[in-house]
Design a protein around this ligand. Structure first.
Ligand code: PLP
Ligand code: TYF
Length: 396
């Protein structure tokens, strides 16, 4: 039966972590995978999460099946993070949210839903984009193209190129947008640029599928949702996949959500009924624990307050690591300009290192980065940043 099965390639990012784990050197540093580590180099358990988990265990809650679309309070909380507490769209019943298995799960149920609705549409992702975007939408049956995005020469956005590409797409093309903290480049459009991008979506009737996996890691929870609110405010029907993996440091609990904004309450009810069908035939209903914990944090004022403080702490620590990396590169005699690293947002930086330099970093210094030159700034800490800067100075 399985004799003809071919060996599939490893996920380039998760595969690198396997290599890192097997590395016996004591000074190794994993800047590959997008995971936030604290200054001790550990994945933190947030205090807000810990308190919610204790409450949950003490309550000895039953573990029956959840509704197909998950926990109502979780969904409302996820929606409020995106649109704010006083959203008119939500009040009008035009917004639906379903708990999903991480941001990936949200993208996948969104993709499966869209394939039924728009079987002939293409999906456009940014060039470059998160490793899994292309594969996920192709698996769902779509042809995937890539829109102009990153400009290596400026370490910034090729905004004119992006607009021109989007303008050339046929109506109803599904366009995946990173709402903030672009993965892998760390380069986001400015709000003024987003306004122009939104205008193209209106004019050309493109379908926005926003991916927000790093809300709170850019400028702040509210600020990072500005693009979602901009598009929603213009009356664009859209899909949004949220991930709480990073913002709650709950990677393995698979906490995410799919939100869809439609024309009216009736449309929304029909869309939800079809989305539930997609979920039911995939995994029936989501798991209880992670969703309950996130829901408790989002809906308990003291825990919410604590969480936003902890999130701000993570955001500030990453910013400080960006500064320290740039300063230490200079201190190690690097003449190349790395100032762009300070401007990039979120966990990642497209460092401009070539794949040959990335190989040398790994082989000679035990510093792991993605072949594209992407480094996870959130894995730097006060103990390894100098070592990493020195290693980079040696391979440049
Ligand atoms: N989208 C982007 C842009 C990401 O970087 C990630 C990272 O994991 C995801 C989606 C997937 O999120 P999750 O880990 O919650 O599935
Ligand atoms: O880009 C990253 O590193 C994170 C983690 O298949 C990740 O988004 C990477 C690859 C993957 C799933 C998650």
């Amino acid at each position: 039966l399985f004799a003809s099965v071919e060996l599939a390639p490893r996920d380039p990012i998760l595969g690198l972590t396997e290599q890192y784990v097997a590395d016996k050197r004591g000074n190794k540093v994993n800047l590959g995978v997008g995971v936030y580590c604290d200054d001790q180099g550990r994945i933190p358990l947030l205090e807000a999460v810990r308190r919610a988990e204790i409450k949950r265990v003490e309550a000895a809650a039953a573990r029956g099946y959840l509704p197909i679309d998950g926990i109502a309070g979780y969904n409302k909380g996820a929606q409020t993070l995106l649109l704010g507490p006083d959203s008119t769209l939500a009040a009008e019943g035009r917004v639906l949210t379903a708990q999903a298995l991480g941001g990936t799960g949200a993208l996948k149920i969104g993709a499966d839903f869209l394939k039924q609705l728009l079987p002939d549409s293409k999906v456009a992702i940014s060039n470059p984009s998160w490793e899994n975007h292309r594969a996920l939408f192709e698996r769902a049956g779509f042809e995937v193209v890539a829109y102009t995005y990153y400009d290596a020469a400026t370490h910034g956005l090729d905004f004119d190129g992006m607009l021109a590409y989007l303008r050339g797409l046929p109506a109803r093309t599904i366009v995946v947008l990173h709402a903030c903290c672009h993965n892998p480049t760390g380069v986001d459009p400015s709000f003024e640029q987003w306004q122009q991008i939104a205008q193209v979506f209106q004019e050309k009737q493109l379908v926005p599928f926003m991916d927000i996996a790093y809300q709170g890691f850019g400028a702040g929870l509210e600020e990072d949702a500005a693009v979602v609110r901009l598009f929603a405010g213009l009356g664009l029907d859209m899909l949004i996949s949220s991930s709480f993996s990073k913002s709650f440091s709950l990677y393995g609990e698979r906490v995410g959500a799919l939100t869809m904004i439609s024309g009216d309450r009736d449309e929304s009810a029909r869309v939800l009924s079809q989305l539930k069908r997609v979920i039911r035939t995939n995994y029936s209903n989501p798991p209880t624990h992670g969703g309950s914990v996130v829901s408790m944090v989002l809906n308990t004022p003291e825990l919410y307050q604590l969480w936003t403080q902890e999130l701000a702490g993570m955001r500030d620590r990453i910013r400080s690591m960006r500064d320290q990396l740039v300063d230490k590169l200079k201190a190690h005699g690097v003449k190349q300009d790395f100032e762009f690293v300070r401007k990039q947002r979120g966990m990642f930086s497209y460092s401009g290192l070539t794949s040959a330099q990335v190989d040398r970093l790994r082989e000679e210094h035990g510093v792991y980065a993605i072949a594209s030159g992407r480094i996870c700034v959130a894995a730097l800490n006060s103990r390894n940043v100098d070592y990493v800067a020195e290693a980079i100075s040696k391979v440049l």
